[in-house]
Write a protein that binds this ligand. Sequence first.
Ligand code: TYC
Length: 93
Amino acid sequence: MLTKTKAKTERPPLYKVMLLNDDYTPMEFVVHVLERFFGLNHTQAFEIMLTVHKKGLAVVGVFSFEVAETKVAQVMDFARRHQHPLQCTMEKE
Ligand code: TYC
């Protein structure tokens, strides 16, 4: 019999949400986004913003598909409304 019957606990896949650097979005705006949508305190938010600024991108959180999708949409919508080119993406972990 070729059918595998592996007794395993299925975990839902997780998704990394990442912020990308650009030359135009103000640093304070990125810090505000990280506090507002990712629940980070000011120090954590500032550190992650600086990592994105220096390295080009950083993972800002890991979530279920639905939550990751919502965070990306919220960040992209908020950035667009403020006319900043900030980009936020998600990727399967
Ligand atoms: N590089 C931007 C600047 O110098 C700051 C920035 C940080 C932009 C993180 C986007 O995801 C970002 N104003």
